[in-house]
Design a protein around this ligand. Sequence first.
Ligand code: GCW
Length: 666
Amino acid sequence: MKDYAKLWVGYTPKKNNRDCSALSRIVMNGASENDRIVKNAVSELKDGLKAMLDIVPDVTFGMAGTDIKVTKGADIQDREEYSITLNTDSLVIDGKSASGILYAVFDILRTVACEKSIEKVYAVKKTVRPSNPLRMLNHWDNMDGSIERGYSGKSFFYVDNEIVIDERTKDYARLIASVGINAVVINNVNVKDAASYMITDRYFDKLAQLGEIFAGYGIGLYMCLNYASTIEIGGLDSADPLDEKVIGWWKEKMAEVFAKIPTLKGFLVKADSEGRPGPFTYGRTQADGANMLADIVKEYGAIIIWRCFVYNCKQDWRDKKTDRARAGYDNFIPMDGDYHDNVILQIKNGPMDFQIREPISPLLGGLKKTNQMLEVQIAQEYTGQQIDVCYLIPEFKEILGFKTYCSENDDTVADIISGKTFNSRYSGIAAVTNTGNDLNWTGNYLAGANLFGFGRLAFETELSSEQIAEEFVRMTITQDDAAVKAIMDILLRSREVYERYTCPLGIGWMVTPATHYGCSVDGYEYDRWGTYHRADHLGIGVDRTDKGTGYALLYNEPNASMYNDPEKCPDELVLFFHHLPYTHVLHSGKTVIQHIYDTHFEGYAEAKEMAATWDSLKDKLDAEIYENVRERFERQLVNAREWCDQVNSYFFRKSGIPDEKGREIW
Ligand code: GCW
């Protein structure tokens, strides 16, 4: 059987740096050579340089330093900082801990793998302090091996309700540590069936082993908890967070869990959401639930990450006042300040659910006294499912750069989640991951750019989408300059292309219900999920202004006024906030209806261009990579055409307004 791909840690021979003498002597300061992370760092370095340049470096150790104790997020950033200094005949790594050394090693390997000159890159001492304390991947893997919203095969963690540990487990740790990930949640937030037993001795041994492998690469192990464990596995009749019996059960349980899995760093909890149990069932607040667990795990130095994805999924579509977009804010803002200091609220980037375009969640910039983490999704549930290429880093850059006006300075989302704005105890960024047991890990080779890019961006938020794309392509696909440029171009335009042929102007949700792939304009209309476009023969969009659901006013000024006014609201979000006639003229000068027609025809045409560009690279690329992406493009074009024709036909039929350019609409 063919082996799985090593992606960007599959080091192959390189031309540059072969005569770089500094690479043959590497000094590591800051941690003991006996530390397991340092040992892994040394073997990464030696194996990588041998494979790429046929150099076997002489590695020596200087001062071990004193490791920084972690009691808050900023300690993590301090510990993981590193510097690289170039001397005439050596490279000196200064880490503040073993993790810092490991990241420095990956920095050097990346430079070599991208064929950049060591002499130039490190001409001036390079120091990097990670932008965020927690840089996390959330697996939605189920223990039966399936993956919720997984499009890259099955889970590599679980087969038939057993935990699998093999060579691939270690390569996974290498892969993600190399881009700076330091935390992984290994099971689906929807904790059901066997997964409820992960906190029992049925799985402790394997979990402990897994935790050790991760720890060797500076990665913390996290799990999702079933909030109703007291009932489901504990034999109690309640999960009320204020009930003494419930609290007593959790205390005992946690003592057992942390004794058996010493590397465990904490839990992620989805409660009171989409049918999952939670504190609301008992008339308690989200803070009551989160704090109860947090107080118990505190003595193990652990944290509780509590998701804010709490909304009513049994809405009445006739009711125009209830607005799913408001739910996170309405459920979590009243308790701001009540969450204990080892609780982090995890907030999806938008108020809905990972649509191709959403405004930023008003919780970000709304919450001021609570630890916060941003949640994004690289699994592409609504953005092409690793069939359609959709490089998400430009979107993440926009999210991180969004000014929330929550304070005078340092008020962007990046500032908030780095911990800077509110001097938060803990903070960071998590992505719902896109990996599975496909031989190339992410289904589509180009989707690997989102895994790579998420890690790089979480570690160094200042990096540009272009830099990240180039690193990914050079390290994973090709060094041919023309091909690199062409593939970067595909990646960098892919998100806007996807947006153009799918949902217009921020409206979202015109997807096939349940699967969330492909077009179904009315799929979620007249249903209970709270996700409407409200199109009729006159217009389209959801009135979220002061005259509608009031959602726009949840933002700090001047954002609230901007979103509340259709004349000021940015075009790309205008239908998210406003119900407008098809004849409304956008800032672009086009009417809403003409915008819909134009973008859909353009999006489909551009998808064809991207596919043609890929075809033209055939002779330059590895045959397997070429064929994998070619086949995905073939499916993407079918999808893009379907979206284009369905959306255009739908709105032509509703509005009766013809396309100015007279193109074919069905
Ligand atoms: O919208 C939903 C997804 C679910 C997912 C949920 C969540 C894990 O369609 O599959 O469940 O988001 O984020 O909890």
